[in-house]
Design a binder for this molecule. Structure first.
Ligand code: 5GP
Length: 199
């Protein structure tokens, strides 16, 4: 099999510090580039006001999450700021076997697991324009209590230091520009919309 035909080469991971704007970038891609398949993760975290179960995440209890781990149903999973997050295996593998470009929004620990199990995956780091800007965004988000913000700020410095583990960096200076750049990365090594099967 040549490289272009390897299903795993179609998996792209988007990672980056909490508050960098991964959700906004993903929202734009969801609206404008429907041929890109977005994996919906499972999480034990509380649902935010603007979120919909099954669209932003599948919200689950710890017990339900543990059953998914035990059953080998997660491609990767990690604990982040006291909550569990994981990628359901079946849907991602199904899309990949159909040759669809798939995008995962996961944390660093998850990105490392994907790197280990799918060496052909493309790992993209979404970086803030500056550390100060990242901290401003995290504090200003207003969706979390003080303790959660404190944990996320502490984790952000740690996450920023791992940029070098990624294949590419996209700077989220303007969300539309960053989304376009990411779509370009997905498109450059994958099927074009015209070639992609009907979705
Ligand atoms: P949030 O609670 O802000 O939605 O996400 C917190 C962190 O969990 C983010 O860095 C996000 O990328 C990560 N995350 C979301 N889904 C997954 C997943 O399925 N697996 C892993 N490893 N991390 C995830």
């Amino acid at each position: 099999m040549d490289d272009d035909a390897r299903p795993a080469a179609r998996l792209t991971v988007l990672s980056g510090p909490s508050g960098v704007g991964k959700d906004s970038v993903i929202e734009l891609i969801r609206a404008r580039s429907p041929w890109i398949k977005l994996s919906v993760s499972v999480t034990t975290r509380k649902m935010r006001d603007y979120e919909t179960d099954g669209e932003h995440y599948h919200f689950a209890t710890r017990q339900e999450f543990q059953r998914l781990i035990d059953g080998g149903q997660l491609l990767e999973w990690a604990e982040f700021a006291g909550n569990l997050y994981g990628t359901p295996r079946a849907q991602v593998e199904g899309w990949l076997s159909q040759g669809r470009p798939v995008l995962l929004k996961i944390d660093l620990q998850g990105a490392r697991q994907v790197r280990a199990t799918m060496p052909h995956a493309q790992l993209v780091f979404l970086a803030p324009p500056s550390v100060e800007e990242l901290k401003r965004r995290l504090i200003g988000r207003g969706t979390e209590d003080e303790e959660t913000i404190r944990r996320r700020l502490a984790h952000a410095d740690e996450e920023l230091s791992h940029e070098k583990e990624f294949d590419r960096t996209v700077v989220n200076d303007f969300v539309e520009r960053a989304a376009d750049e990411l779509v370009g990365l997905l498109g450059s090594s994958f099927l074009t919309p015209a070639q992609a099967p009907e979705h």
